[in-house]
Write a protein that binds this ligand. Structure first.
Ligand code: 9MR
Length: 342
């Protein structure tokens, strides 16, 4: 499994890390830090500890002040059997973050994907499923207690067709599984900020309206929820302005929620030359960053990776460094948007 890192590779990885540079004044993180902004990246642990790719750890340390495991903290990455957890890979990321002065996002406690088979396929009464959720949240958020600054407690609970998504949790428990998840998480790690996270809700629209109503109701009930994450899996034809992204982020901030962009990537798409598509991609990155910066309470922009060598949709080249770790126009646009000079 990709998240299980052997002692050997850990040793090699740590040796590579000592070569990693400290943040240069022109890095994304150095510029963002001056403005109190977090700029993050999702981490592929196999790449981080691949001795053939020293640039991965070097750039991760140099450019970002926030990291999140792309997969290593998901339920099925940590556990196949009830009560049995292996934290080796995720712990390595926690150490990396500590060594490089980076905050951690935890992703994710309750999600319908990447579940162990016994949870996905089992039949549970309401009480039994609540116990399963509580045990899992206690085991994981408890293990990382005090180290994870932000947890995606519930991920993607709203269906694209409206209403709550059909998941094993909704089926067994009913709609109040969400509030129980947040309460279990608060008990497991009282200091972590607890987030709801979803995709397809970056601008104004039916799905973001629904999430807004859901989170407003949770807040009104006193459920311990601190923030909302907008994934922002976008493409280069997207216009944050047309989608009214800033206005959307603002209304959630006005509920008293901290706002994060959590999984930003921008697929290359549309007509025109390759250069034009790369420029369009750069514009989307810069405009998403600007939308966040325009909203007090939007405190982090996290990318879903940083090099096209490692992306869940690598063929569409959605990230800010190319597969050879060279900066793309999107990197330069982010640097400029943060006040740097590429
Ligand atoms: O990028 C992740 C990919 O490596 C995994 O195979 C996939 C499994 O479903 O999850 C991807 O990350 C997802 C994230 O956890 C939640 N939002 C959507 C992301 C892209 O699918």
């Amino acid at each position: 499994m990709r998240s299980r890192v052997s002692a050997y590779w850990l040793g090699v990885g740590l040796a590579a890390l000592t070569l990693a540079q400290t943040p240069s004044p022109q890095s994304l993180r150095a510029l963002a830090e001056r403005q109190g902004l977090l700029v993050g990246a999702a981490v592929d642990l196999a790449a981080l500890y691949d001795p053939l790719e020293p640039d991965y750890a070097r750039l991760l340390a140099r450019e970002f002040n926030l990291v999140v495991a792309e997969n290593a903290m998901k339920w099925a990455s940590l556990s196949n059997e009830r009560g049995q957890y292996s934290f080796t890979g995720a712990d390595a990321l926690v150490r990396f973050a500590r060594q490089h002065g980076q905050r951690l996002r935890g992703h994710t406690l309750i999600w319908h994907e990447q579940l162990p088979a016994w949870v996905r396929g089992g039949t549970f009464s309401r009480e039994a499923m609540l116990a399963v959720m509580q045990e899992h949240i206690q085991a994981v958020a408890g293990h990382f207690r005090g180290q994870v600054a932000y947890w995606d407690v519930v991920n993607e609970a709203v269906s694209d067709r409206g209403g709550l998504r059909e998941t094993p949790f909704l089926r067994a428990v009913g709609p109040d599984y969400l509030e129980h998840a947040f309460r279990f998480a608060r008990a497991a790690d009282p200091q972590a900020k607890l987030f709801y996270n979803d995709y397809g809700a970056d601008g104004m629209g039916a799905k973001s309206d629904e999430i807004y109503a859901l989170l407003k109701a949770l807040k009104a009930k006193g459920v311990p929820i601190d923030g909302v994450g907008f994934q922002a899996h976008l493409d280069s034809t997207f216009s944050p302005q047309q989608a009214r992204m800033r206005e959307n982020l603002q209304r959630f901030a006005d509920l008293g929620l901290e706002v994060h962009i959590t999984e930003l990537d921008v697929q290359l798409k549309g007509a025109g030359s390759r250069e034009e598509r790369l420029e369009a991609q750069a514009r989307v990155y810069a405009e998403v960053l600007a939308a966040c910066r325009a909203v007090r309470g939007c405190t982090a922009v996290t990318l879903w990776g940083f090099t096209d060598a490692h992306s869940w949709r690598a063929a569409a080249e959605p990230l800010i460094f190319d597969p050879l770790y060279r900066p793309k126009p999107a990197y330069e646009a982010l640097l400029r948007a943060l006040g740097g000079t590429p």
